[in-house]
Design a protein. Sequence first.
Length: 391
Amino acid sequence: MTSRFSELVEWVRDEGGDPWALHWDARHAAEAGEDVIVLSAGDPDLDTPPPIAATAIASIQAGDTHYTEGGGRPNLRAAIAHAHTQRTGHAVTAENALVVGGAQNGLFIASLCLAGPGDEVMAIDPMYTTYHPTIRASGARLVPVPAPADKGFHPDLIALEAAITPKTRALFMATPNNPTGVVLSQAEIDGIADIARRHRIWVVSDEVYAGLAEGGRVPSLARALPEQVLTIGSLSKTHAMTGWRSGWVVGPADFIRHAENLIQSMLYGLPGFIQEAAVTAIGMASECEASARTYCNGRRQILFDAFSGLAGVTPVWPDAGMFMLLDVRDSGLSAREFVAALYRQERISTLEGSVFGRETQGFVRICFAISEDRLREAAVRLRRFCLGLKK
């Protein structure tokens, strides 16, 4: 007898196949000792700072391995609220903060709490690969809003407003954006706030890379529209803590209360020792973020320079983050062919741009958050590969 799965299984399925298949092939090959350079995921080639790890170890040794509050411990929620207030100028308290299992968990919770079957949720295209299934999991229809390459991947606010219908519940966006690295300007933030206010829609602002932007902050949508904005944050990128799954949602207190009800049947509380480590990490944010910016900015230049003078490929300078897009539309290969051939010939893994949306078709995303010596080796291989095109 064949089992019948719920429609949710289809809603969260990636229609283009597994975008991470090549990445994990590369990771497994590298772990097996092959000379592979993995530039396909934003997982910094850094260790979590020792004081953070030491806090977690001490907490475990002290017996902090029991159930915790579903929405997070008061001390961590207070630390998140304080950090959010300092970064954005939007004053909040612990009741406005929810502890979640990484930013992805926060995005999923936001989707389920804000939308349902028959609703529409807009998202700025290009967008991170999980946005599609995350939004569809609620039963809502995802409506992409273009941020075209010919506009530097900045959103078209006229198109954004034109996409709103009576069914529209929310807009999902990221600043800095992944994969483009674009940081939205204050004027763009003000424009989005005005549109959201007039049409009474929620905005989910994914700011996991904010600490990597210049000065460690981005123009704040939460400050402009506090009752309609959810801000998603994480320690993954700025503190080299991707595997700790430590993130948060900051928003209106009534939303947080609803989300706490949901999280009780989803996460049921992040481990206490991770929460204590997160408190230490937030206390070190200024130091960690400055170090991460220096790390990324130097490597951004190395990768950009690797494509200097090459015909057929054009790098796109990111405002912030740890990724660079490469325009390969004049290379003689499709982006999918480029990624496959690069891995086959030079053993470098990257991601095809179309997994992020329609606007990045013909582009390849390259992560530069690896050790400098390996990035310089990657630059040599990338140049060699690109010089061999069209011959």
